[in-house]
Design a binder for this molecule. Structure first.
Ligand code: ASP
Length: 582
């Protein structure tokens, strides 16, 4: 080894020992008579020191010529510092340098390699290998490593086998577009990169593997959205001879295990909400339950507290949805106007916002007093269970737009009130999703999860008469308002699978051409099975208290799907094209 210790490990107990360290020059401070160098590696920073009169002149000269990010090997004696630095784990000691060996010089780095850097996003991505030297970046990847180890430990202890599935496959529809790879040996034909190992993990169950997992790259060619990566990592799992309850227990256990070992947080058993209830209470199938402020339905879900007074906006609305704000009666006109502007932004798309507040004396005041008398407003107050000093904000319009707006407004208010703290964790299961959703564009039913998801047993017969009413035996795991996992009990019966393909508008020939291998496998003793996949990048980001998954990926793509460091995607040359038949 070129070193005896790392830059993070020396303490007072090492005083007077001779050591050799290797690392990058982080900072040189030359005070004339004294010279200090911060030497950095993955483990920390150790201060090197030299002194006029004590240190040989050639050595001083060599130390003075070192620049930022030079890689050096330094030999010396551990000594107690005159002025200890209690902010650094190695702050009690320094190394009196006796020999320095320049291993490699460095060009001036394009940005400061410091916890706080002056480098913008693009520059840091272009020089990601330099950015990786920064402690905040490294610690996120260390957290990812520990998470992966804990996932493996937990699943291994429960008899799950880690199996690799192929990356060059043929297209499996999971709702996104495939990345495709042209074949040289079979010109005109293409592999697809897996959107997930879905069919392979099911075939592993047919193969008797019983409990499978894989921490696996998946690829989806989706339209760009902030914080989407075209390649991402899943903790992909499947189990045989199980019912939904077994899977919920097993993977709830995994999430709680990770929260406990990584964050030291213990959660009680997770609540469960049906899709219907989640939508009704939060306007959202991945509700953030770190705070309340549940939606109040003044019109819709069987309520009508608004009709009959000729207030056109509410009369023509499919829904009128309120968000109660405890203590919100203090909001000033200006704050209310600002929130009104917020819901009118194109992303939210509301035409306006109505408010009602309960004054300290219990009287009611609203922005629609002209239309609604005190009795009517009183019925709103009761529906929303408001106390004196509370505020109710109302949005109205078409069904889906209003629910989306109400959900977004609730989250925004929660954010502004500091109720969505990154260091507080709340998770839940959302279950009983509809199996199918109607796609206006292609005028056909689409699988809400994927086409291998089983209906709940009681609904199998509904599949032909009323497909929209069928509930899926599917579940999502939600953490702090983010979907961190989803899965289902699968179909393992050939004829039911064929029936579902038919409901999705595949002719028997198409179904055979695309999924013949799976339908065939179901004829050779497929066990009942089900599984789940957790989004590993997102899970790491949430545990690391960050909104961005990019920070938790060593070499991420930017928001335009480009790797700006290696400059991909890029063209290929004519020869390559010819070989590929393109
Ligand atoms: N393959 C599914 C997905 O990627 C997860 C599952 O059903 O297990 O969302």
């Amino acid at each position: 080894m070129l070193r005896t210790h790392t830059c993070g490990e020396l303490r007072m107990k090492h005083a007077e020992s001779s050591v050799t360290l290797c690392g990058w020059v982080s900072r040189v401070r030359d005070k004339g008579g004294m010279l200090w160098i911060d030497l950095r590696d993955r483990y920390g920073i150790t201060q090197l020191m030299a002194e006029e009169g004590q240190t040989a002149p050639e050595l001083l000269q060599a130390l003075r010529s070192l620049g930022r990010e030079f890689v050096v090997q330094a030999e010396g004696t551990v000594v107690k510092r005159y002025a200890p630095n209690d902010k650094m784990p190695t702050g009690d000691i320094e190394i009196r340098v006796e020999r320095i060996n320049l291993l490699n010089p460095s060009k001036l780095p394009p940005f400061l390699v410091d916890d706080e850097t002056d480098g913008g996003d693009d520059l840091r991505m272009q020089y990601r290998y330099i950015d990786l030297r920064r402690q905040p970046v490294r610690s996120k990847l260390e957290l990812r490593h520990r998470m992966a180890q804990e996932v493996r430990r937990y699943l291994d202890e429960r008899a799950f086998l880690e199996v690799e599935t192929p990356v060059l496959i043929k297209s499996t529809p999971e709702g996104a577009r495939d990345f495709v790879v042209p074949s040289r040996l079979h010109n005109g034909e293409f592999y697809a990169l897996p959107q997930s190992p879905q069919t392979f993990k099911q075939l592993l169950m047919v193969g008797g593997f019983d409990r499978y997992f894989q921490i696996v790259k998946c690829f989806r060619d989706e339209d760009l959205r902030a914080d989407r990566q075209p390649e991402f990592t899943q903790i992909d799992c499947e189990m045989s001879f199980v019912e939904r309850e077994d899977i919920l227990q097993t993977f709830e256990g995994l999430l709680l295990h990770l929260l406990k070992t990584i964050k030291g947080v213990e959660l009680p058993p997770l609540p469960r909400l049906s899709f219907h209830e989640a939508m009704m209470r939060y306007g959202n199938d991945k509700p953030d339950i770190r705070f309340g402020m549940e939606l109040v339905h003044l019109k819709g879900y069987g309520h009508d507290h608004t009709s009959g007074v000729d207030f056109g906006v509410f009369d023509t609305a499919e829904r009128v949805v309120g968000i109660p704000l405890s203590g919100g009666a203090e909001y000033t006109r200006k704050q209310l106007d600002e929130l009104t502007e917020w819901v009118k932004r194109p992303q939210i798309g509301m035409k306006g916002m109505v408010w009602m507040r309960v004054e300290a004396d219990g009287s009611l005041k609203s922005s629609v007093d002209k239309f609604y008398n005190t009795d009517r407003l009183q019925s709103w107050r009761e529906a929303a269970q408001l106390q004196a000093g509370d505020l109710l904000l109302l949005v109205a319009g078409s069904d889906s737009l209003t629910m989306k707006a109400a959900s977004a407004l609730r989250l925004e208010l929660g954010e502004r009130l500091g109720l969505r703290r990154a260091d507080e964790f709340q998770a839940l299961w959302v279950v009983d999703f509809p199996l199918l959703e109607w796609d206006e564009e292609s005028a056909r039913w689409m699988a809400m999860h994927h086409p291998f998801t089983s209906p709940i047993p009681e609904h199998i017969d509904l599949l032909t008469q009323s497909p929209g009413a069928v509930l899926a035996n599917a579940y999502d795991l939600v953490l702090n308002g983010n979907e961190v996992g989803g899965g289902s009990i699968r179909i393992h019966d050939r004829s039911l699978q064929a029936q579902l393909f038919e409901a999705l508008g595949f002719s028997p020939e198409e179904a055979n051409q695309k999924f013949g291998f799976l339908l065939n496998a179901f004829e050779f003793g497929a066990p009942p099975h089900g599984g789940i996949a957790l989004g590993f990048d997102r899970l790491c980001a949430l545990m690391g208290g960050s909104e961005s998954i990019r920070d938790f990926i060593a070499f991420p793509k930017n928001n335009a799907g480009r790797d700006v460091m290696i400059d991909a995607p890029g063209p290929i040359d004519a020869q390559q094209r010819r070989e590929l038949g393109l």
